[in-house]
Ligand binder design. Structure first.
Ligand SMILES: *Cc1c(COP(=O)(O)O)cnc(C)c1O
Length: 499
């Protein structure tokens, strides 16, 4: 299996190269040439555990990795010690406004957000890729984060030989617990820096550095290459496909769906469009999925795009209670558009250039209607998010975080509007304890000033456990206090790497 670039269809690279490079040199994103049909394999996959399912799915895409290499990656990543369970992606049933929903809990990993599902395995995939393609070189991982990616990437790459990681996050744009997690990060190859700007500023600057030929040359002289741990990297998206298969098969095994061709809906709280794109890829591999439902917060650029075909970032940016979704430029949409518009790289180049220069682009009618056939979309304000956390707790005794609540709310509206009664999986993307104040406040409780007292109160009130990783943060020392303007990110990187 080879990979091509969304901005130059004639490029062909192996999986290892796509993962090591992160992004194509002309700025395009790597996508698989074809999507294998997994339908006939579903009965076999149903009998397997998560790790065996992971191996089977990775194998069809990582054809330049040996079976032993894939097995090593999978076992190192999805260790029950790290995820507290044989199954890193558990399903919990709730009812919301009388509708049954299956919550796919993806946050039982070391940093309590779904990013762990991919970032626990990416460093292993990447170090093997380096050995194949860039023997002896150090990979410098640059990360732009809206909160959760940063911590999950730092944790995944901590002390991994042959790698160095620098994380940029928006100053005042992440939750107190996310901030604490990043500032206290341990490891001899890690660095974090606050940026005076929002996530889009961080992402734009990081993408610019990746594709700057002069910086690339200076890096090469020092025997280093850049790579990415953001979901622009194929190695981030691929592991996310696995849990949609696994959830479907678990639903089948539990009797919630009756046959291996019964369809399900998937609802995803969305920011950079990575997680929902992985669900689309699962559908392309013939996992029976009916609608992909894209849920946004007040930064509802995707809701508008899916419903109108016009993407515009020329709008107010809001800092919300679901900070990991505070994004106006969703990078992975580029991949979806490429697959849907008949893999027309010149059109993609045009649209992305328009976005760069005018802040907006409009897709053709055919692309627009194909998207509407596959996707549904909705958005949710901070007030509605709080109300939903409370409603779900009162109706089901289930505590969800602010991001997951956005998805639940949009799912409820979808059910009411369409009368669809297809079995529905909602991606539950973070532990409620990462966003303690917002969650406790939603239950009409007074929040103590201190973040740790807040989570203790939340735990007492709801009888749910605080994840150990959050408890451990309390006594950790803050190691980083770097700050940068958005236009000086480049200088920060050069200095940090002694270039
Ligand atoms: C990153 C993140 C999202 C958004 O996921 P994308 O893949 O960027 O669309 C949603 N919820 C949480 C908790 C996250 O950390």
């Amino acid at each position: 299996m080879l990979y091509k670039s969304t901005r130059n269809s004639s490029i062909r690279v192996s999986a290892a190269q796509a993962i090591a490079q992160g992004i194509s040199e002309e700025g395009g994103l790597f996508v698989p040439e074809t999507f294998p049909n997994m339908q006939n394999l579903l009965p076999d996959l149903a009998k397997m555990n998560y790790r065996e399912r992971a191996k089977a799915i990775l194998k069809v895409f990582l054809t330049d990795y040996s079976d032993e290499e894939i097995e090593e990656c999978v076992y190192a990543a999805y260790d029950p010690v790290k995820f507290g369970n044989e199954t890193p992606a558990k399903l919990e049933d709730i009812t919301y406004k009388g509708h049954k929903c299956h919550m796919l809990e993806l946050w039982h990993g070391p940093t309590c957000a779904f990013k762990d599902m991919a970032l626990q395995i990416l460093p292993h995939l990447l170090t093997k890729a380096l050995r194949k393609k860039y023997e002896g070189k150090t990979a410098v991982i640059l990360v732009a984060t809206s909160g959760d990616t940063g911590k999950a990437a730092l944790e995944g790459f901590r002390n991994v030989a042959g790698t160095k990681i620098i994380v940029f996050y928006p100053d005042n744009g992440v939750s107190p617990m996310q901030l604490k997690q990043m500032k206290t990060q341990e490891g001899n190859n890690v660095c974090v820096c606050a940026v005076k700007g929002n996530f889009d500023d961080c992402q734009t600057q990081v993408k610019k550095i990746f594709t700057d030929p002069e910086i690339k040359n200076r890096l090469a002289e020092k025997n280093m290459i850049f790579s990415s741990a953001n979901s622009i990297n194929w190695g981030r998206l691929l592991p996310q496909i696995i849990y949609y298969f696994s959830a479907y098969l678990d639903l089948y095994n539990s009797g919630a769906i009756k046959s291996l061709d019964e369809k399900i809906n998937v609802v995803v709280p969305t920011g950079n469009f990575g997680n929902i794109l992985a669900a689309y890829y699962a559908k392309r591999m013939n996992l029976p999925i009916n609608k992909l439902i894209c849920a946004s917060n007040a930064n509802n650029v995707l809701t508008d795009f899916i419903n109108t075909g016009c993407y515009t970032k020329n709008r107010d940016f809001y800092t919300t209670v679901s900070p990991s979704m505070d994004i106006l430029v969703s990078s992975n949409l580029e991949r979806l558009l490429y697959h849907i518009n008949g893999e027309d790289d010149s059109l993609i180049k045009q649209w992305m250039q328009d976005l760069n220069t005018t802040g907006t682009y409009t897709v053709d009618e055919k692309t627009k209607s194909s998207i509407l056939e596959l996707f549904d979309a909705g958005c949710c304000s901070d007030e509605e998010t709080a109300e939903t956390i409370k409603d779900v707790y009162n109706e089901s005794g289930y505590l969800c975080d602010t991001h997951t609540a956005v998805a639940v709310k949009v799912c409820g509206e979808y059910f009411a509007r369409t009368k669809d009664n297809t079995a529905t999986v909602i991606a539950s993307t973070a532990s409620p304890y990462k966003f303690g104040k917002s969650v406790l406040g939603s239950l009409d409780e007074v929040c103590p000033e201190d973040e740790f007292e807040t989570v203790e109160k939340l735990s007492r009130l709801t009888g749910t456990d605080i994840p150990q990783a959050i408890l451990d943060l309390r006594n950790k020392i803050e190691r980083f206090d770097n700050k940068s303007d958005k236009d000086t990110i480049v200088d920060f990187v050069l200095k940090e790497l002694s270039l």
